[in-house]
Write a new protein. Structure first.
Length: 327
C-alpha cells in the first residue's frame, strides 16, 4: 500500500456490514488501518450480536454497530453524520428470490440506493463505493436490472450532488467463493447425498475470493475520481468443473436453468467496451458524463493496494484452478 491513500483516522460506514463481504471488509480494515470509526450498519440484530462476539471490542474501540435499513432514509441521515467514506454492500442478491419478490428487491436495491445517495450528499460524505454484480451487465433478471438501476443512480449522483463534493463509483464483479448463498457451500452440503444438481452442463460463472473482493473495493476507494465502474479481471469456470472438484464422487443431475438465469454472465457489455480503460488487474468503465476528472489506470494503480487478483482460488475449492479467464 502506498502513501496516496489511507483509512487511518477516517470514519467508514459499511451498509450490509454483517454479510459475508462486510465481515471480511471489517477484518481487513482493522488489520491494515487505524480508523477513527468503523460503522457496521445492518438490519439483523442477531448477526450484529454474533459478529461483535468474534471481534475484540476493547482492542478495536473504533467499532460501532448500528441497526438500520437502507430503506429508511431518516436512519441513514443519522448514521452518516461525520462519515468520510461509505461502502454500500446492502442488497437483496438472490436471483430466484428477487424474481418472486420483485417489489421488495426494488425497495432495497433501487430505493435503498437512492437513500444512500441522498444521505451521503446531505451529510458531506467524501466518497461512496457501491458494490454491483456481473448480472447488471445486459440483465435478464430483476436482480440484475435493479442493480443496473442502482449503478445508474450512483453514477448520476456525481452530477446530482451539485456543489457538494461527494463522489460515487461502482465496483462490479462476479460470484464470491464461500460467501453466504454461494454454490460452493451448497455443493459441499450435498456431498453426502451422492447427487449434485447442475442447471446446465454449459453454464459458466466468474469467481473470486472474499479477500479479493475486499481488496478491489478498497483499491477503488483510493483510485476513484467519481463516475467509474471498476471491474477486476477475474477467471470464469464451468459449473460442472466446480462441482466435479468439490464433490468428485457425486453424480451430476441436470435440472434445467431457473427463471432469470443466463448460461454465461458478462462483466462488460459489448457497447461499453470502447469506454473501458485497461490495466494489469483491473478495468475501469468510465461513465462520468459531468466533464469531471478521469483517472489514468496505469499511472494510478501502482502504489495503492496490491489487489493480487491473480491469487489462486485453490484453497477454496480443493485444488481446482480455473483455466478460462473469459466466458
Amino acid at each position: 500500500m502506498g502513501s496516496q491513500f489511507s483509512l487511518n483516522g477516517k470514519s467508514i460506514l459499511i451498509t450490509g456490514g454483517t454479510g459475508s463481504f462486510g465481515k471480511k471488509c471489517v477484518e481487513i480494515i482493522l488489520q491494515r488501518f487505524h480508523p477513527k470509526k468503523l460503522i457496521i450498519l445492518s438490519r439483523d440484530e442477531d448477526k450484529q450480536y454474533q459478529m461483535a462476539k468474534t471481534l475484540d471490542m476493547k482492542k478495536n474501540p473504533c467499532l460501532r454497530f448500528f441497526l438500520g435499513d437502507v430503506r429508511d432514509l431518516g436512519r441513514l441521515h443519522r448514521a452518516f453524520e461525520g462519515v468520510d467514506y461509505v461502502i454500500h454492500a446492502a442488497a437483496l442478491k438472490h436471483v430466484p428470490t428477487a424474481e418472486y419478490n420483485p417489489i421488495e428487491a426494488i425497495k432495497t436495491n433501487v430505493l435503498g440506493a437512492e437513500n444512500v445517495l441522498n444521505a451521503a450528499i446531505d451529510n458531506g460524505v467524501q466518497k461512496v463505493v457501491a458494490l454491483s454484480t456481473d448480472k447488471a451487465a445486459c440483465p435478464i433478471n430483476l436482480y440484475g436490472a435493479s442493480k443496473l438501476c442502482s449503478d445508474k443512480l450512483f453514477i448520476a449522483g456525481n452530477v446530482y450532488s451539485g456543489v457538494k463534493n461527494t463522489r460515487f463509483s461502482i465496483v462490479r464483479y462476479g460470484n464470491v467463493l464461500g460467501s453466504r448463498g454461494s454454490v460452493v457451500p451448497h455443493f459441499l452440503s450435498l456431498r453426502s447425498s451422492g447427487v449434485i444438481p447442475i442447471t446446465d452442463r454449459r453454464m459458466t460463472r466468474f469467481w473470486m475470493t472474499l479477500e479479493q473482493g475486499v481488496n478491489i473495493v478498497l483499491s477503488s476507494l483510493g483510485l476513484m475520481k467519481g463516475g467509474e465502474i471498476f471491474i477486476p479481471k477475474i477467471p470464469s469456470m464451468k459449473i460442472v468443473d466446480l462441482a466435479r472438484t468439490v464433490a468428485p464422487d457425486c453424480q451430476q443431475e441436470y435440472v434445467g436453468i431457473r427463471p432469470g438465469e443466463k448460461l454465461h454472465e458478462l462483466l462488460i457489455s459489448e457497447d461499453d467496451g470502447p469506454r473501458t480503460g485497461n490495466s494489469t488487474n483491473i478495468l475501469s468503465l468510465n461513465l462520468n458524463f459531468s466533464g469531471g476528472q478521469t483517472i489514468n489506470l496505469e499511472e494510478t494503480v501502482e502504489g495503492l493496494f496490491r489487489m493480487d487478483l491473480a491469487m489462486p482460488v485453490t484453497p477454496m475449492i480443493n485444488g481446482f484452478h480455473p483455466k478460462s479467464y473469459t466466458n
